[in-house]
Write a protein that binds this ligand. Structure first.
Ligand SMILES: Nc1ncnc2c1ncn2[C@@H]1O[C@H](COP(=O)(O)OP(=O)(O)OP(=O)(O)O)[C@@H](O)[C@H]1O
Length: 254
């Protein structure tokens, strides 16, 4: 049974005029897969991710999580946004442990789980800091730890590394792959960065400009760990750039 089954999905934001964000999207996400949603700005990637998270309702079609309708984030679904959105008045550890606190997990156990997650994302010793005392990359790590601490099977990530510098971004990508492999999670990851998509994905769902339609689903049957600069990786990247360029002249504007 797939983790997600998306069938003939449409999304129209009401308004004058209404905005058709997604049109006739169908694909599935297998358990344990790393799926990247890739496409130009405004093609509906975030909308699609939010629908998978249960934060938005589709206008048509259906989305199932393990054959059931999606209820919302929490439990089996963890979400990480571009802006780590940490509470500034809580320490890093208190931010990461928020979900445990809300669930009433025993304090000693919660502290142990938070420390474990901080260590997994490379934030050992930073639990006592406040968000303004740590770097952008560290905030993203804390955001990932906050999602992981609840041990969700699936992590939905919306351009989580979009706001950090190139070197930090590369490191975060490598660490995410390590965590994904160690913890056997299913990940759906939004980006508009082709290099990032090719480095991370098992499959890339390539969306056309708005309204987002599936242009192509690219399978990346490349060995892991992948090495940046590897010729095969670069060739795949070049092919995807070509596919994106080919989409532009026929773009439909709703
Ligand atoms: N709440 C909303 N109301 C009306 N239109 C919206 C709303 N949210 C998004 N849109 C529109 O829907 C389209 C898709 O937006 P979305 O944010 O999903 O795209 P995206 O591919 O994630 O873009 P980006 O890469 O720039 O973040 C855009 O044209 C956007 O302006």
């Amino acid at each position: 049974m797939p983790a997600f089954t998306v069938r003939s999905l449409d999304k129209i934001y009401p308004g004058a005029p209404p905005v058709r964000a997604l049109s006739n999207i169908s694909f599935s996400v297998e358990e344990g897969e790393f799926i990247v949603l890739l496409g130009p700005s405004g093609c509906g990637k975030s909308t699609l991710l939010e629908i998978l998270a249960g934060l938005q309702q589709p206008s048509g079609g259906s989305v199932l999580f393990r054959d059931r309708p999606i209820i919302g984030p929490g439990g089996e679904l963890g979400v990480v946004f571009q802006d780590a959105s940490l509470y500034p008045w809580r320490t890093v550890a208190a931010n990461v442990g928020l979900g445990l606190e809300l669930r009433g997990v025993d304090k000693v156990q919660a502290r142990r789980l938070v420390e474990e997650q901080l260590s997994l994302v490379g934030l050992d010793g930073f639990g006592g800091k406040f968000p303004h005392q740590i770097s952008g990359g560290m905030k993203q790590r804390a955001g990932i730890a906050r999602a992981l601490v609840n041990d969700p099977d699936v992590i939905l990530m919306d351009e989580p590394f979009g706001a950090v510098d190139y070197v930090t971004r590369n490191k975060l990508q490598e660490d995410l792959i390590r965590i994904w492999q160690q913890r056997r999670k299913t990940i759906v990851f939004v980006t508009h960065d082709v290099g990032e998509a090719v480095f991370l994905a098992d499959r890339i769902v390539l969306l056309s400009p708005r309204p987002g339609r599936i242009a192509e689903i690219v399978t990346l049957d490349l060995l892991r760990p992948r090495r940046r600069g590897d010729i095969e990786l670069l060739q795949r990247e070049a092919r995807i750039y070509e596919a994106l360029r080919a989409l532009e002249p026929t773009a439909t504007v709703a």
